[in-house]
Design a protein around this ligand. Structure first.
Ligand code: ZN
Length: 132
């Protein structure tokens, strides 16, 4: 469990923690608030991420993510749901550019064989190469 510092980049900080602690498999959960956010939506037709920026304070109502391997390094994949002052929610694939106001996270590290990401022809995404 931990607290992220004011002003840090949410995704980059979670990645940094995973690398520093040598966590290759894990689960991440977080709540808190951001000063601004950037999230992605994967367009299944074009196979390109479309990014949306919210340049205002929002609550983190839920961040759920995992840690696996990509090109030999710990890789954090997280999705986030955010809410505004009226309670309206937004969400998507967490991207760099999401700046922490306050954030409490839980990180579970797992033992076991590596889950590595490889390019998946069907989706165009870097998915786990393990069996179903
Ligand atoms: Zn995603």
């Amino acid at each position: 469990m931990g607290k992220l510092s004011y002003g840090c980049d949410l995704l980059e900080e979670l990645t940094k923690i995973s690398i520093e602690r040598g966590i290759k498999l894990g689960r991440i959960e977080a709540i808190g608030a951001v000063q601004k956010a950037r999230v992605g939506f994967y367009n299944q037709e074009t196979r390109i991420y479309e990014f949306h920026s919210f340049d205002r304070p929002l609550e983190i109502t839920k961040l759920a993510g995992n840690i696996s391997g990509k090109e030999g390094n710990p890789f954090v994949h997280a999705h986030i749901t955010l809410s505004d002052e009226s309670g309206k929610s937004y969400g998507g694939h967490l991207a760099s550019g999401t700046v922490v106001f306050a954030c409490e996270f839980l990180l579970d590290a797992f033992d076991g064989p590596a889950f590595d990401r490889r390019f998946d022809e069907e989706t165009g995404l870097p998915l786990w190469s393990i069996l179903k």
